[in-house]
Design a binder for this molecule. Structure first.
Ligand code: MLT
Length: 215
């Protein structure tokens, strides 16, 4: 598998071997790249097609999906623009690779742009697994996420995402109609085995709905 470029995004694409598995859009955290979450994607949904872009913004040499002013303080104008560009990349990749709408699996900065994309471009994603996400936009436009499955996995000991912030994100997505499962793990900002187990089980449980949404 080599890195390719589409709609301005360097990315990796791994074709699926199981047509009944919805594709995954893998979105890495700050300092990651398009190779980071491939192993995670394979473990979470064996046989699913994997689409993994590299964040186009550099912060001291570290790739991210949008600019921030400080840790946890986002440049929302940039986030809105970058979310639109990510939606454009997903549309281009769907056409190029013959893909259904993907389920985002995002970690940290990748989870935050996934949450923003759910709110700003709901048609882009069949659902999402948000690992350590926080509220991406202070004042998002009304979105219709009717029935879209979303799993939010937060860390009880996360120094970056306060508990009330994660709870507000879950409430906001649910208010927009998403079918939100919010679980707080006994973990910090980093991922734990419990996250992987919970995410894999959730993907398997919602496979039918996600596939119908992906079509
Ligand atoms: C962000 O900037 O998206 C969050 O602060 C998470 C991070 O990347 O550290």
């Amino acid at each position: 598998m080599t890195t390719q470029t589409l709609a301005g995004f360097h990315h990796r694409f791994e074709p699926g071997t199981d047509a009944s598995a919805p594709p995954l859009l893998l979105l890495h955290g700050t300092g990651g790249d398009e190779t980071d979450l491939i192993g995670l994607g394979r473990a979470l949904a064996p046989g699913a097609a994997l689409l993994s872009p590299r964040g186009p913004v550099l912060e001291n040499g570290m790739p991210r999906f949008f600019r921030r002013l400080a840790e946890g303080v986002f440049d929302e104008a940039d986030l809105r623009r970058r979310s639109g560009e990510l939606a454009g990349f997903v549309a281009a990749a769907r056409a190029a690779y013959g893909l259904a709408a993907p389920v985002a699996v995002g970690f940290s900065n990748g989870a935050n742009i996934a949450a923003a994309t759910l709110l700003l471009h709901p048609e882009t994603l069949a659902g999402a697994v948000l690992l350590r996400a926080m509220v991406p936009l202070a004042d998002p436009p009304p979105a219709d996420l009717a029935g879209r499955p979303v799993l939010l996995l937060s860390g009880a000991l996360d120094p970056i995402v306060p508990a009330d912030n994660a709870a507000r994100l879950a409430a906001g997505l649910a208010a927009a109609g998403a079918a939100v499962t919010h679980t707080v793990q006994p973990a910090s900002h980093g991922l734990s085995q419990a996250d992987l187990t919970a995410a894999a089980a959730w993907l398997a449980r919602h496979r039918g709905t996600l596939t119908a949404r992906a079509a």
